[in-house]
Design a protein around this ligand. Structure first.
Ligand code: XMP
Length: 514
């Protein structure tokens, strides 16, 4: 089991998980913990190093997040970043003030102490990413300034004798050109890590820890077939085998053949040792959704029905100790970890049952970014087509059919979407796109087929590129691909006589139609 760990203490900055991720890219395991993590817990965890993150506050505000000064006396190397650097200066007796000039964005920094271990191999002048309104006005006794910028006299400081280092800028963001080298210097040359961690170790460690934690307990997992819940399920199945039951609800709003594909992987003839329950609830959903046109109401019905089905299945299974969720970092709203109190499921991420009580919710992937989850999935031997699946919303095709939902419309959108995906894959574009899908408008228009008039639906095709799914731009697809997809859909999908391409960005549109 990998022993080397860096604790990233979260003071509320926006790049905190990115710091952990950059450390993991150095093959050293890193975890983000809230700044409220007690010092005894830190001692127990015995990290090789600690990183204080940035944060939006001013250290001199009473309300701002602080930490006990004892942390700097543990003898564990610490790197303070942005707010974290100011916190270190302040805790150690220096002073922090509002800077006369705030720095934001690309900024040139001059390294004053090239022999400082943190800057080993870094250019004498280098570009960093700054984002601060306060600065260290006076460094603490025993420290020295190791870098400055035009407007920030203490852009970095250190006290090597005590292994305390601080940088006002953000080494974790890509805009800091030599940031990764600084982080490498910290973890290898200051903390003395050997860098023996890899995703395989994460998988092994997680399996071992899950086994220890769960013992003989029973575990339930809501499996959607998406990459996150699939990776979580496989991890659990490797840890506790048949103590795990996966419930897969086929709500009749999945992509074409998706239900069977999920069953082929996870079902009785699949690759894993686990109990798999497929609930074929298609008709039940279509009945509930009949005539409903309002998007929010549709979403609500789909979500609630899922919960009811999940509850029914959980009741059949009997006492369940743990519920597994495939929550990954971008889904995590607050970073409170390791709370072992009894959790009622409805306190957690929306869409969980109200009446089923679990001892605890297990979220084995909550530290990881999507691409790290995919790496873990590959390590676990999950088929590539599942691992590299594009995101698919929980309400499924329900939010891709404008207006009321019928089995016939689901069939149309499934067929059109399958053609679109097939052509995108054939053109080798699938891994380069954020999301791409077919949706069904509620519009019918006149066409001509052979000698006959048609009055059929229009399909919308949408492909977007996005990094965070908060904003998105229409992807520029090759014209031949667009023409081929359009032709195939109007020729092969019954009930469609027109294809429309949605080139709207988000905002003002959203990615999904509803
Ligand atoms: P929008 O349409 O809001 O979508 O721009 C942003 C991203 O979120 C996905 N999405 C959902 N995912 N449950 C999910 O798990 C949902 O209810 C849901 N609604 C939208 C959408 O596919 C896109 O990736």
């Amino acid at each position: 089991m990998s022993q080397e760990m860096i604790i990233v203490l979260d003071f509320g900055g926006q790049y905190n998980q990115l710091i952990a991720r950059r450390v993991r890219e150095c093959h050293v395991y890193a975890e983000v913990h809230p700044y409220t993590l007690p010092i005894e817990k830190i001692r127990e965890m015995n990290p090789k190093g600690i990183i204080f993150t940035g944060g939006p506050n001013s250290v001199y505000d009473e309300e701002s997040p602080h930490y006990t000064e004892e942390i700097c006396r543990l003898g564990i190397p610490i790197l303070g970043i942005c707010y974290g650097s100011q916190l270190m200066a302040w805790m150690e007796g220096g002073s922090v003030e509002t800077a006369p000039v705030s720095e934001y964005g690309h900024t040139e920094v001059t390294i004053d102490e090239p022999s400082d271990i943190l800057f080993r191999g870094v250019s004498g002048k280098t570009v960093v990413w700054m984002s601060h309104t306060d600065y260290i006005a006076r460094i603490p006794e025993g420290f020295r300034i190791t870098a400055h910028t035009k407007d920030c006299p203490a852009a970095a400081m250190s006290c090597p004798e005590r292994s305390l280092y601080a940088v006002q800028f953000h080494p974790e963001v890509m805009h800091t050109r030599e940031g990764q080298m600084m982080l490498r210097n910290f973890v290898y040359n200051i903390c003395g890590c050997s860098g023996d961690w890899k995703m395989g170790s994460f998988v092994e460690d997680s399996i071992k820890k899950l086994r220890e934690k769960i013992g003989n307990g029973r575990v339930l997992c809501a499996l959607s077939g998406g990459v996150d819940s699939s990776v979580a399920a496989v991890l659990l199945s490797k840890a506790v085998g048949r103590q795990l039951t996966c419930v897969f609800v086929d709500h009749g709003l999945l992509r074409k053949n998706e239900g069977d594909e999920v069953e082929a992987v996870f079902g009785p003839n699949g690759h894993y040792e686990l109990n798999f329950i497929r609930v074929n609830a298609q008709q039940r959903y279509y009945d509930k959704l009949a005539g409903v046109t309002e998007p929010e109401q549709k979403r609500k019905i789909i979500g609630e029905e899922f919960i009811r089905i999940f509850e029914e299945e959980a009741r059949k299974i009997g006492a369940v100790d743990y519920l597994v969720q495939g929550t990954i970092y971008p889904d995590v709203i607050e970073s409170g970890l390791g709370k072992s109190a009894v959790i009622k499921s409805h306190h957690n991420v929306g869409g969980l049952p109200d009446v089923v009580d679990f001892k605890e919710i297990i979220e084995p992937l909550r530290m990881l970014f999507k691409d790290e989850v995919r790496k873990a999935g590959l390590e676990l031997g999950i088929p590539e087509y599942l691992v590299f699946r594009q995101p698919f919303p929980g309400p499924g095709l329900g939010v891709r059919i404008v207006g009321d939902i019928t089995a016939e419309k689901v069939r149309i959108v499934q067929d059109a979407d399958a053609i679109f995906r097939e052509e995108i894959a054939k053109a080798g574009l699938d891994r380069g796109l954020g999301q791409y899908f077919a949706a069904l408008t509620n519009m019918r228009s006149v066409g001509v087929m052979g000698d006959f008039r048609t009055y059929d639906y229009a399909v919308v095709l949408r492909a977007v590129n996005t990094t965070d799914f908060m904003t998105a731009d229409a992807a520029q697809l090759p014209w031949e691909v667009m023409a081929k997809v359009t032709n195939r859909i109007v020729n092969e999908v019954n009930g469609v006589n027109r294809c429309l391409w949605d080139l709207t960005s988000k905002p003002p549109a959203t990615i999904e139609l509803e």
